[in-house]
Design a protein around this ligand. Structure first.
Ligand SMILES: [Zn+2]
Length: 217
């Protein structure tokens, strides 16, 4: 079987993280997260890490060329040969074009868009419980039943504060604005599929797996 080179698109609240983690576990391929790589680089104090930290400290977004360089390096490592799931990349059409160049001679990218209408996303994000201690999110009304305590640290789960809600809605609107051109960029391809993200997580998982297999035929 060819390598599975997968991008899952989906807004905050669409369940993208859950599905990406599941694919990583069931298929034994690495998740390549630009956020994680940047955090590690900052912690390790590498040149890229120092550069990224300075940019983020100024409240700016890490520029395309830096993020592209990080992904390019990561994709050359051995564990990415059998496939990967990209997380947080590409975010812009410039990044998507650069990724296409990196994919020259590799299995085609499979792109799955987990579609959830905006009003459903807003409801999910605002009803989602958060951990009082570590800030981790737990399932809300639409995302499945919330557990009694934080899965990560055992802390108490509470509703988001209003301040926090504003931040969440801003993040969603930024995401939707950024992602629309990306969906337009990928959707004409035969390896692009959409799945209905309003279903329960196990149904989304089944549709996602079917979409991956259909896209790879
Ligand atoms: Zn916690």
């Amino acid at each position: 079987m060819n390598a599975l080179n997968l991008i899952i698109l989906g807004a905050p609240g669409a369940g993208k993280g859950t599905q990406a983690d599941r694919v990583v576990h069931t298929r034994g391929i690495p998740k390549i997260s630009t956020g994680d790589i940047l955090r590690e680089a900052v912690a390790a104090g590498t040149e890229v890490g120092r550069l990224a930290k300075a940019i983020v400290d100024r409240g700016e977004l890490v520029p395309d060329d830096v993020v592209i360089g990080i992904v390019k390096e990561r994709l050359t490592r051995k564990d990415a040969r059998s496939g990967f799931v990209l997380d947080g990349f590409p975010r812009t059409v410039t990044q998507a074009r650069a990724l296409d160049q990196m994919m020259n001679g590799h299995s085609p990218l499979v792109v799955i868009d987990i579609k959830v209408p905006e009003d459903v996303l807003v409801r999910r994000l605002l009803t989602r419980m958060v951990c009082e201690s570590c800030g981790a999110t737990a399932g809300g009304i639409d995302g499945g039943a919330a557990p009694p305590a934080c899965r990560k640290c055992g802390g108490r789960l509470v509703q988001r504060s209003d301040d926090n809600k504003g931040v969440v809605l801003e993040r969603l609107s930024v995401y939707l604005r950024q992602t629309k051109p990306l969906v337009e960029y990928y959707s004409p391809r035969p390896t692009f599929r959409s799945v209905d993200g309003t279903q329960p997580p196990d149904r989304v998982a089944a549709d996602l797996d079917a979409a991956i297999e259909a896209a790879r035929l």
